[in-house]
Each structure stands twice: as C-alpha cells, then as structure tokens.
Design a binder for this molecule. Structure first.
Ligand code: FAD
Ligand code: DHB
Length: 389
C-alpha cells in the first residue's frame, strides 16, 4: 500500500487532518488501534474554540456542529459561596462553543467514510520506519497478517500513550512534565444542566465543574485523589460531594439522576520538543498534555492540525517545505501559552494537599484580582476563547 500521509491514530487530530487533506486532494490513510465504537465511547472534551470551528467548516463537517452546538458568551467562577462571571464576548468579541468531542469525532468519521477514506481499525504493533530518511514506511499487524504502507510523511496523532513520540530517539527529544497530585472524577447524566453556562468552583473540599453537552445532558466533575477508583463513588456520593463544593443556591438547583458514564482523568502538564523528527510530525496529545482546567486539550490538538495541514498543502501545492520546516516552532509557540493558561487556571481552582497558608493567601489574592480587575478578566477571557492562529 502507498499513501502520501500515513496518519497514526484515529482520534480527533488524525481524523481532522485526514479530512482537511482530502479536501485539498492529498491522500492519507489512518491507522487506529481501537474500534470505531470504542473511540466514540470515550467522553472527553466539551468546549471548542473558534479556531477548531473554522477548521471543522473548512473540512466540510461544521454543519451539525453549527446547528446543534451551544454558543457560550461567558463562564462563572465560584469560590466558597461567592460567584462572579467572566464575559468572553465583552472582553474579546468571541464566544466558545459547547459541542462534545464525541460529536466532533462522529462527524469526522462519517465524512471520512462518505468520501471513501481508508481507516484501518484494530491495528497492532504499529512501527514507524526510516522517518529520518527520504522514504519512510509504517508496518503493523491486523487479523494475524503483517501489513506495510509506504508514504511521504507520517503524522503521529496517536495520543499520549501512542507509539509516535517514542519512535523519536531519546537523544533527539526533550520532555517537560508536571504531574498534579489529584484527578478529576467526571460523570455524564441525562439531566438538565444546573446553569446555562459552565461553573468552575474552588471550594474548601476541592475543585468542582458544572458543564454540559446539551439541554438534557449534564457533565460534572469533582477533584479527587490521584489514587481514587471509580468504584469508590456511587452516584449518590458523587451528587452529594458536588453539591458541597458549589454555592448553596446553585446546589439547590442541581437535578440528579443516574450516571451514564463515570471516569477518572489524571491531571498532567507535558510537552515534548521538537514536534518533528525527519518526516515524522507529532500532533495533539502525542506531543503535549494539559490539565483539563480551561478545556485546552482538544483545542491545542486543533491548532497543531492547522499548522501541519498548512505545511503539507504548501509542500504539495507549491513544492515548498518552509511550512513543514517551521511546523514544530510555530505549533510549540502556541502550545506553551496554552500550557501556561491551563497550569495557571489549575493552580487557581484546586486545593493542594501541601498548600501552605501562604500559598492559600496567594490563591485568594489571585481570585480577588480576577473578580475585581477588568484587565485580569480580559486576560483570562483571551486565553479561554483561544489565542489566535
Ligand atoms: P486522542 O484523542 O488520544 O486520540 C489518539 C488516538 O490514537 C486514539 O483513538 C487511540 O486509540 C489511537 N492510538 C493510540 N496508540 C496507537 C497506536 N500505537 N497505534 C494506532 N493508534 C493508536 N480538551 C478540550 O479542548 N476541551 C475540553 O473540554 C476537554 N475536556 C477533557 C475532559 C477529559 C475528562 C479528558 C480526559 C480530556 C479532555 N480534553 C479536553 C482533552 C482532549 O480530549 C484531548 O486533548 C484530545 O482527545 C486529543 O486528541 P488527539 O486526537 O490528539 O488524541
Ligand atoms: C469540560 C471539560 C473541561 O476540562 C473544561 O474545562 C470544561 C468543560 C467538559 O467536559 O464539559
């Protein structure tokens, strides 16, 4: 088999890149370790920046998102019984869109399938060969058979635990990491959301987030121990804990119901540099992770896709490798700012076991600044809606 771009990973980055390339007549094949249903069963991101909306439109898959997604003009920040709002539109002229990653992925799968795009599912033992030479190729096992594809470029879109980043020799990459001493326990429930905008809450018992997917599908999170297990939390315990962490008048309005999904996500900041090795380009979670506070994971994956897609079109349409040569530098310049924002917002909103009294005073002062300063709110809003690309 031969293709122009071999894409490893059929998550949102790989699918979006493949669909965008298809629109410009550039051929790609996606290799995905899981089944389609497994990928679509993962409940993840919910908040999309304008950059991702534009890319979905450009890929020809923005229709349902534009019809069914919900524009959010601001968000609420609670601390103890206090609550204030940050108005994104007032400060930046731009809202965000609430539309689940599951739906983004579903729309992309449907478009790839309608266009006859090749996605190989349940691939095992994916190995990248000769990425530092002129003629790379990728091998894998599938249904007991050994397979091979030759290509011009490999796009490593296979997430944090994928094979692509590890294919770059250790002495050719540098990794930066911060692991947070807690996780997020999240539930999805077929109940109306407690509020029409998201509420991020810092309470003495730890962080909580009230989010949603639509008018009858709520997504809630509470900070939990890094060692906690989903089995330790009944639905009733979850709802009780959530209500203790949000202001009393908000808690009164929470509509509870059975969870239809419950999972724990660890919190991590991670970046690998550079994001390119020869003809291998890392994209999305394969290259970087942010803690979820601020909803930047999928959105940074999208900005990588943008830079890589424009580098590849410049290469194929203009025979010019400049965009590919600058890919890592351009992507990382934006990534580090999203890393800073996610780290800052995580520090502000969580309770840390080793927090000293001084640290706590700093957190309160930071929160007071954000509540009272137009400039601080504008900076928060600019970052939340997404820095331009
Ligand atoms: P992934 O989604 O991880 O996709 C990688 C794909 O590669 C997977 O399908 C995997 O099966 C496949 N794969 C892995 N290894 C191999 C291999 N060896 N061979 C072949 N295939 C392989 N982000 C936001 O922007 N906003 C949010 O609100 C938000 N909320 C989140 C909430 C939670 C609870 C979590 C966990 C994450 C959240 N994120 C959010 C982050 C976001 O989900 C990720 O950043 C996003 O999924 C990254 O997409 P990706 O395609 O790069 O990687
Ligand atoms: C969601 C996740 C986030 O990390 C966030 O900051 C906002 C919303 C969500 O899953 O709805």
């Amino acid at each position: 088999m031969r293709t122009q771009v071999c894409i490893i990973g059929g998550g949102p980055s790989g699918l979006l890149l493949s669909q965008l390339l298809h629109k410009r007549g550039i051929d790609s094949v996606i290799l995905e370790r899981q089944t389609r249903d497994y990928v679509l069963g993962r409940i993840r991101a919910g908040v999309l920046e304008q950059g991702l909306l534009r890319l979905m439109d450009e890929a020809g898959v923005g229709g349902r998102m534009r019809r069914e997604g919900f524009e959010h003009a601001g968000t609420l920040i609670a601390y103890g019984e206090e609550m204030f709002r940050i108005d994104f539109v007032e400060h930046t002229g731009t809202p965000v869109m609430v539309y689940g990653q599951t739906e983004v992925t579903r729309d992309l799968y449907e478009a790839r399938e309608a266009a006859g795009g090749i996605i190989e599912f349940e691939v095992e033992g994916v190995t990248i060969h000769d990425a530092d030479r002129d003629a790379p190729y990728v091998t894998w096992r599938q249904g007991g058979a050994e397979k091979r594809i030759d290509c011009d470029f490999v796009a490593g879109c296979d997430g944090f635990h994928g094979v692509s980043r590890r294919s770059i020799p250790e002495d050719a990459r540098r990794e930066y990491e911060k692991v947070y001493p807690f996780g997020w326990l999240g539930i999805l429930s077929e109940t109306p959301p407690v509020n029409h905008e998201l509420i991020y809450a810092n309470s003495p018992r730890g962080f909580a987030l009230c989010s949603m997917r639509n008018e009858n599908l709520s997504r809630y999170y509470v900070q939990c121990s890094a060692h906690d297990k989903v089995e330790n939390w009944s639905d009733d315990e979850f709802w009780a804990e959530l209500k203790r962490r949000i202001p009393g008048h908000v808690a009164e309005g929470v509509v509870t119901g059975p969870s239809i999904e419950k999972s724990i996500a660890p919190l991590r900041s991670f970046v690998t540099e550079p994001m390119r090795w020869g003809r291998l380009f890392l994209c999305g979670d394969a290259a970087h992770i942010v803690p979820p506070t601020g909803a930047k994971g999928l959105n940074t994956a999208a900005s990588d896709v943008h830079y890589l897609f424009s580098g590849l079109t410049q290469f194929y349409e203009l025979n010019d490798a400049e965009g590919l040569d600058l890919y890592s530098e351009r992507a990382l310049a934006r990534i580090w700012k999203a890393e800073r924002f996610s780290w800052w917002f995580s520090q502000l909103m969580h309770r840390f076991e080793d927090q000293t009294e001084f640290d706590r005073k700093m957190q309160i002062a930071e929160m007071e600044l954000l509540r009272s300063s137009e400039a601080a709110q504008k900076a928060m809003a600019e970052n939340y809606v997404g820095l331009p690309y």
